[in-house]
Structure formats: structure tokens, C-alpha cells
Design a protein around this ligand. Structure first.
Ligand SMILES: O=P(O)(O)OC[C@H]1O[C@@H](O)[C@H](O)[C@@H](O)[C@@H]1O
Length: 286
């Protein structure tokens, strides 16, 4: 039987939970329901986490898997990239099984400061479920409307995939898709690279790929799949970034590959629910 465990720890002044199964582990902060680290059985960390995170309980965490809800970036009047990454979630469920271990976090309006609560109609709930098996991590964002008026939102899972060297890493599976280039007035561009190598600032919004992507970095590869989300975003701020919570050369250590819903907001009628998922699969060393 594969040994499993759920333990608690502290990171950067925050309470975190660690799920473990057969030598693999994922660490999740209650603040933001934010995955900070995923180490599959090969022992190689797959997520980037900035060493300059202030850990002040105010500034969103730079790295890992930020949960974006109820607004993508600055595309609307709500808090940039949503309030979900700036508040404490409640862990409501956990389970250990021979094949997997999971935990679920829930956020409801009563847990929010009034300024955030006023951003959207009341009666909604959001849940993040993190499921770990030895070489796979599934993260699901689910949203429900228990209110009496329609609820519209955008959002996503803003995953920072780690790499020893960005320019020597490749992302394949996007060939032939037409993306909107947020760094070039949102012009539509057809992806012609069978293997995308990022060597400058990128901010591209693709439609959700119909097949899994492959991220090759250093000695390892990672498969990336998603369901429920209409978009996939590839983002890196490049060398001229002025992000205070990222080291000057930090941009070289990650590529964000994000399961997102931003070109068409989800609208939930009363009693309706929606869910989107991103799955990461650790593949054998190259
Ligand atoms: O610095 P933040 O708020 O975490 O945002 C990071 C980036 O996230 C990306 O997903 C957005 O497309 C960018 O516009 C944004 O700069």
C-alpha cells in the first residue's frame, strides 16, 4: 500500500498543508488556496516560487499556482486578477486513498472584507480541490451560484512552471493555434513554432488546446492538460520586468502556462455550477 500523509507546516508566515503519497508531495497555502510546491516521485520541483515573496498576507504570492477569481488580470472593474488570491480559504475536506490524496478549500462571501464582497452579487461559492497521485497533480476550481441573480466571472489557474533556464526549455502542443498577443495590441497571430522557446516577454492568449502540452525543461518533462477552461495563457515578464517580488533574473526560472477563462466570461444562472481543471503529469527524465 502506498503511504500517504497530510501534515501542516508554515511558509513565509502562512499556514500551509502538505499532501504526500509514495514520495510525492504538494504544499498548499490556506491563504489563496494556493499551491506553492509540487514535487513528484523523481524528487524534482516542478513549480517556481519567488524567493522575494514578502509573505505579508497582503501581497499575492508570486509563483506556484495562484487561483484567479472572479476577474482575470485588469479586464474589468474588479480587483486585479481577483480577490481569491488575497484572502484566507477554509479547508473543508481531505481524503487519503491508496491511489491518491486530496484536499478541498472553500471560499464564500462571508469570509471576505466588505470591499471585495461588494464586487459581485452575493450567494456564490468557490472551491479549489488539489489532488495528488504519485506522478500527477490535478487542481480544480469550481464555482457555484446559490444567489438569486446571474453571476458572471473570469478566472484561472496561473501556474508557474519551473525551469533551470527558460531559453533552453520548450513548450510543445500549441502549433497551429491562433493566439491573441496581449503585448502587441491583442493582434491575432498563428502559432508556427512546433516547440515554443520563450526568449522575451510573452503574454499570449490561446484557445484551450484539444491535446495535452509537453513542457521540457532541464532533465525533466511535464505533461499539461486542462478541461473546462476556454483559454490557455502563456506569460513571462521578460528581462525588463519591474516586479518587486521577483528577482532581477527570476524571469529565467519559470514559464506561466495558465488554464484560464477570459475571452468569454462564465455566466451562472441561480443554482448553476461550473468547474475547470488543470492537470500536470510528471514524465520520466529525458
Ligand atoms: O503580477 P500579477 O498581478 O500576478 O500578474 C502577472 C501577469 O499575469 C498574466 O496572466 C497576465 O496576462 C499579465 O498581464 C500579468 O502581468
Amino acid at each position: 500500500m502506498t503511504p500517504t500523509a497530510i501534515t501542516t507546516d508554515r511558509w513565509c508566515g502562512l499556514d500551509v498543508v502538505r499532501l504526500q503519497i509514495g514520495g510525492a508531495q504538494v504544499t498548499v497555502s490556506h491563504w489563496g488556496a494556493h499551491v506553492l510546491s509540487w514535487i513528484p516521485t523523481d524528487g524534482i520541483e516542478r513549480l517556481y516560487l519567488s524567493p522575494k515573496n514578502p509573505g505579508d498576507g497582503v501581497t499575492p504570492i508570486r509563483g506556484g499556482i495562484p487561483v484567479i477569481f472572479p476577474q482575470w488580470a485588469d479586464q474589468g472593474p474588479r480587483t486585479r486578477h481577483g480577490f481569491a488570491r488575497r484572502v484566507l480559504w477554509q479547508m473543508t475536506e481531505q481524503k487519503q486513498d491508496p491511489a491518491f490524496v486530496f484536499a478541498t478549500w472553500r471560499l464564500t462571501p462571508d469570509a471576505l472584507p466588505a470591499s471585495y464582497r461588494d464586487e459581485i452579487p452575493s450567494g456564490w461559492w468557490a472551491e479549489v480541490t488539489v489532488m495528488l497521485s504519485p506522478d500527477r497533480l490535478d487542481v480544480e476550481l469550481a464555482v457555484g451560484n446559490d444567489g438569486s441573480t446571474p453571476l458572471s466571472f473570469t478566472g484561472g489557474l496561473h501556474t508557474y512552471l519551473a525551469t533551470p533556464e527558460l531559453e533552453l526549455s520548450q513548450l510543445s502542443g500549441l502549433y497551429g493555434l491562433t493566439y491573441q498577443d496581449a503585448n502587441a495590441q491583442w493582434q491575432a497571430v498563428k502559432e508556427t513554432a512546433p516547440e515554443l522557446v520563450v526568449d522575451r516577454a510573452v503574454n499570449r492568449v490561446y484557445p484551450a488546446p484539444t491535446r495535452a502540452l509537453l513542457w521540457k525543461s532541464g532533465k525533466v518533462a511535464t505533461g499539461i492538460d486542462q478541461a473546462g477552461f476556454a483559454n490557455l495563457v502563456v506569460w513571462n515578464p521578460g528581462e525588463h520586468h519591474n516586479l518587486a517580488d521577483l528577482p532581477a533574473d527570476g524571469f529565467r526560472r519559470f514559464l506561466c502556462v495558465e488554464a484560464a477563462q477570459l475571452t468569454a466570461p462564465i455566466t451562472l444562472d441561480p443554482r448553476a455550477e461550473w468547474a475547470g481543471r488543470q492537470s500536470l503529469v510528471a514524465l520520466p527524465s529525458l
